[in-house]
Ligand binder design. Structure first.
Ligand code: PLP
Length: 381
């Protein structure tokens, strides 16, 4: 077989001339940052998901940090999350002095399993951070029920799931706060960027302060004059620029089309691999509609002559950018140093050993998809 000439990565952005014009217009305007585009972008994302408020951040990780701060997570608090995520999810808990507690996954969806969450709750549990892994919403009804029962805050990591549906609702109002990321591989991009959407005015005010040094201009404790402002929290400079927000506004117009194309590609893969008895195809639970941020195969290693590593390397050698999402977070040396032991989430660890991410992004052509199918079918055995 002839090898593809160019490397096909697992995910990438789609920037149009309209996007570029929107960015250039801001560059020619008076405000590069702290201007009107931020609120316009926030309104657009909030309206899209049906939330009352949105606060844009410099990236999704900063947004998660803000959400953990707004939730009041501090020293001694435990926060339950999944190990099958990008390290940023649990790092945000550490930034606030809290302790991430890893809960095992549901082997059907690879999302956090509510039954496992229950086992991890202690008097110190403060919050739950489910992740909508691959774009499929976590089991939010069950998670919110647990949160209500124990008085916990729920922060949904929706980095993969902007535009995804859960029981007829868009992700964004299912939890107390929901984070979306706008990194170039995510559903839409602002280069770097993130946002928290919420229906809570209290969280909204805290998030806005936290993003900008903890400074307020209203409801001041004294009146020194028109220049006067006060810093009341130890915030950060986590602001998004107007340049990024303009790109985001323009990208949001394409989100539904992007997701439609992702679904088409996922369907093509499902059709092409359904006869392979050495892989498990991604399962969609009834009532959820994934945003298809990732398309992942689960390799039945006992039915394969080759190791995952060999399969991975052979496919990569043909310029198909397979990947693996994710290394269980607590396996990372930093977490091992904190005292997390291997083996605490056996299903997650087993998933990691069998996982293989195939390229999926809206700009992929049917030819690209066919290349992936051909190379994967030839190398998985
Ligand atoms: C991308 C991602 C983040 C972090 O978002 P950034 O915008 O890159 O900081 C957090 N959680 C998950 C699951 C992600 O995929």
């Amino acid at each position: 077989m002839k090898k593809r000439e160019s490397f096909l990565s697992y995910g990438r952005q789609w920037i149009t001339d309209e996007d570029i014009e929107a960015v250039v217009a801001v560059l020619k305007s008076p405000f590069l940052t702290q201007g009107p585009k931020i609120e316009e972008f926030e309104r657009k994302v909030a309206d899209y998901v049906g939330a009352k408020y949105a606060v844009a951040f410099s990236n999704g990780t900063a947004a998660l940090h803000g959400a953990c701060f707004a939730a009041g997570i501090s020293e001694g608090d435990e926060v339950i999350t999944t190990p099958i995520t990008f390290a940023a999810t649990s790092n945000a808990v550490l930034y606030c002095g809290g302790k991430p507690v890893f809960s095992d996954i549901d082997e059907r969806t690879y999302n956090i399993d509510p039954k496992e969450i229950r086992k991890q709750i202690t008097a110190n549990t403060k919050a739950i951070i489910p992740v909508d892994f691959t774009g499929q919403p976590a089991d939010m009804d069950a998670i919110m029920e647990i949160a209500d029962e124990f008085g916990l805050v729920v922060i949904e990591d929706g980095a993969h799931s902007l535009g995804a549906m859960y029981k007829g609702r868009k992700v964004g109002t299912l939890a107390d706060m929901t984070m979306f990321s706008f990194h170039p591989v995510k559903p839409v991009t602002t280069a770097e960027g993130g946002i928290i959407v919420t229906n809570s005015e209290e969280y909204y005010e805290k998030l806005k302060r936290f993003r900008s040094h903890g400074i307020i201009n209203q409801n001041l404790s004294r009146d020194e004059g028109p220049w006067y402002y006060e810093m009341i929290d130890l915030g950060f400079n986590y602001r998004m620029t107007d340049i990024q927000a303009a790109l985001g506004i323009s990208q949001m117009d394409k989100l539904d089309r992007f997701i439609k194309r992702r679904r088409e590609i996922a369907n093509m893969y499902n059709e092409a691999f359904k006869d392979l008895d050495c892989v498990v195809l991604p399962k969609q639970l009834e009532g959820t509609k994934s945003g298809w941020h990732l398309y992942m195969l689960q390799l039945k290693l006992d039915r394969l002559a080759r190791s995952r590593r060999e399969i991975f390397e052979n496919i990569r050698a043909e310029n198909i950018g397979v990947h693996v999402h994710y290394i269980p977070v607590y396996w990372h040396p930093y977490y091992q140093k904190l005292g997390y032991q291997r083996g605490i989430c056996p299903k997650a660890e087993q998933w990691y050993e069998q996982a293989l991410t195939l390229p999926i992004f809206p700009r992929m052509s049917d030819e690209d998809v066919k290349d992936v199918i051909e190379v994967v079918r030839r190398n998985i055995y």
